[in-house]
Design a protein. Structure first.
Ligand code: ARG
Ligand code: ZN
Length: 458
C-alpha cells in the first residue's frame, strides 16, 4: 500500500506541471442533475455505469444492511461528488478505487471526497457500506414511494424519488446503468428484482437471490420487492416470464404468467421488438398503495392487475423503461404512451375500439379543469400522475395518428423505440422525429395538443 502510494506520487511528480496536474484537484460535482421538479435528484460530474448492490434484509425488524459498489466515469475533473441517499440510512464506510474516502451525509445527499481528485474521463469505483431501517417517502402528490413495508416484506416502487430510500446512487433518470442485485432474506420469503434470476442459494435458514439486469435502467425503475410470494420462472411462448404472486393478493391470480406473452407479442408487432431479456410481474398484497409501477422487466402491482393495467405496464417497457424521458416534465412520453397501449389492447380484445376510447375522453366538456393542463407541461411534480398526463397524452397520440394515418403513425412509434432504445429522449425529439418520419409539418397539431391549455379542436 505504502510502496504503491510512493510509486504513484513519483509518477505524478514526474509529470510536467501544468493544466493537467492542476486539473487533478478538480471541482465539486453538482448536487443535482438540474431537473426543476426534483432539484436535488441526481448529481453532476460523473456518469454511473453499473451498480452491484448486496442487500441483507430482515422483514421482521425492518433492518437493512447494504454494500453498494458503483462503477462510474468522471465527466469533469472532480474534487468530490455526491450520491443520493436519505440520511435515515447510516453510511459506515466509503472507498474510492479501494482507498478510504471521507464522506458526509446531509438531507438526501451523501458527499464523497476521495483522497485525490479524479481526472476528467477517468473510470472509478466507489464502495459504500450502509445500514438502517429504510422507510418510504411521501411524494408531492401525497402518494408513498420507495421502500414501502407490507405485512410480510416490502413493496418497492421508486417513481419518482424512492430509490434514495434504499441505496446510494445517481438517481436522476438521465443516468441509466446496468445492475446486479444480491439479496439475502429469511428463507420463508422471496426477494424479486429486475432482470434475470441468476442464482438462488439457501444456508442456515436464509436465502440469497442474485438478479442481473444487463440492459441499462433508470433508478426509478429498479425494484427489490420482498414477500411470501409464490414464485415461478418459466419459458412461455418464447419469453422468460418470472412472476412472484402473494397468495393474499386481491383478485384472481390464476394464469398470471400466461397473460404476458400475448400482450407483449401484440405490442412487439406494433412497437418493434420487446426491449428486455425477461418479463413477468410482482403481484403483492398492498391495498395501502394506490398504484402499480412499470419496474423494468417486471412491473409491480398492489393486487392482481386488470387486462388494461397489465397492458399499461407492459407498454411502458418500450415507452418509459427502454426510451426514458430526460426531464420529469416530459412524463407524458411515459404515461400518454402507456395509456395508448391500454387502448390498443382493449381494441385488440374487442372490448372497446381506440376511437371509442378517444371519443369518451374527448367528450370532457371544454370548460372542464382537465383541459387547462397541456400534455407536455403538467405544471409541477404534484401533477405528474394526473389525468391530463395520461388521457390527454393518449389523445395526443391518437390525434397524431388521425393526422398522419396508421402506417406512418406506427412507423413513428417504432422509430422512436428503435432510435432511443435503452436511452433518453424529450418531447422536442418526439416532435422532430414525427415530422421527419411523416415528412410533414405538425406544429399546429402539437402546439394545440402538447403545449397550449384549452381543448384542441378536431
Ligand atoms: N408510472 C406509474 C403508472 O402509471 C404510476 C406511478 C405513480 N407513482 C406515484 N408515486 N404516485 O403505472
Ligand atoms: Zn403508467
Amino acid at each position: 500500500m505504502k510502496r504503491f502510494l510512493a510509486l504513484t506520487s513519483a509518477v505524478l511528480l514526474s509529470l510536467p506541471i501544468g493544466p493537467a496536474v492542476a486539473e487533478q484537484g478538480g471541482t465539486p460535482g453538482a448536487p443535482g442533475a438540474g431537473d426543476p421538479y426534483f432539484p436535488g435528484q441526481g448529481n453532476g460530474g460523473y456518469d454511473a455505469g453499473h451498480y452491484d448492490l448486496s442487500l441483507d434484509y430482515d422483514p421482521s425488524t425492518g433492518r437493512l444492511s447494504g454494500v453498494a459498489r458503483i462503477s462510474a466515469r468522471a465527466t469533469q475533473a472532480l474534487s468530490r461528488f455526491n450520491l443520493d441517499l436519505v440520511s435515515t440510512l447510516t453510511v459506515r464506510s466509503v472507498t474510492v478505487d479501494g482507498k478510504p474516502a471521507t464522506y458526509a451525509q446531509s438531507g438526501s445527499e451523501l458527499v464523497v471526497t476521495p483522497v485525490r481528485g479524479l481526472a476528467r474521463g477517468r473510470g472509478f469505483s466507489v464502495q459504500i457500506r450502509y445500514d438502517g431501517s429504510p422507510a418510504h417517502v411521501i411524494d408531492p402528490d401525497g402518494s408513498m414511494d420507495g421502500w414501502i413495508r407490507t405485512g410480510d416484506g416490502v413493496f418497492n416502487a421508486n417513481e419518482p424519488q424512492g430509490a434514495m430510500t434504499w441505496y446510494p446512487g445517481n438517481h436522476h433518470m438521465t443516468d441509466k446503468a446496468t445492475y446486479r442485485f444480491t439479496v439475502t432474506v429469511p428463507s420463508t420469503r422471496v426477494a424479486v428484482a429486475n432482470g434475470d434470476l441468476v442464482s438462488k442459494a439457501s444456508r442456515g435458514g436464509r436465502t440469497t437471490y442474485v438478479w442481473d439486469c444487463r440492459e441499462s435502467m433508470a433508478g426509478y425503475l429498479t425494484t427489490v420487492s420482498i414477500g411470501t410470494f409464490t414464485f415461478a420462472d418459466a419459458r412461455i411462448g418464447g419469453h422468460r416470464v418470472t412472476t412472484a404472486v402473494d397468495p393474499q393478493a386481491t383478485g384472481d391470480a390464476s394464469g398470471f404468467a400466461e397473460r404476458h406473452p400475448p400482450v407483449l407479442d401484440y405490442f412487439a408487432s406494433l412497437f418493434g421488438p420487446y426491449p428486455f431479456s425477461s418479463t413477468g410481474g410482482i403481484v403483492d398484497h398492498a391495498p395501502e398503495v394506490g398504484y402499480a409501477l412499470e419496474t423494468q422487466t417486471r412491473p409491480i402491482y398492489p393486487r392482481v392487475p386488470s387486462e388494461s393495467l397489465l397492458a399499461h405496464e407492459l407498454a411502458h417497457q418500450w415507452f418509459g423503461d427502454s426510451v426514458t424521458p430526460t426531464l420529469w416534465r416530459d412524463i407524458w412520453l411515459n404515461e400518454g404512451f402507456a395509456t395508448y397501449g391500454e387502448w390498443l389492447w382493449a381494441d385488440r380484445l374487442g372490448t372497446r375500439t381506440v376511437q371509442a376510447a378517444f371519443d369518451e375522453a374527448y367528450a370532457t366538456p371544454a370548460e372542464d379543469e382537465f383541459w387547462q393542463t397541456p400534455t407536455a407541461d403538467p405544471g409541477g411534480p404534484e401533477n405528474l400522475f394526473h389525468a391530463p398526463v395520461y388521457d390527454r397524452g393518449a389523445m395526443t397520440l391518437h390525434a397524431l395518428r388521425r393526422e398522419v394515418g396508421d402506417a406512418t403513425f406506427f412507423a413513428i412509434l417504432r422509430t422512436w423505440a428503435r432510435e432511443h432504445r435503452h436511452g433518453n429522449a424529450d418531447t422536442a425529439a418526439f416532435v422532430a422525429l414525427s415530422e421527419r418520419v411523416s415528412g410533414r409539418r405538425l406544429d399546429a397539431l402539437f402546439d394545440a395538443w402538447l403545449f397550449k391549455p384549452g381543448k384542441p379542436s378536431l
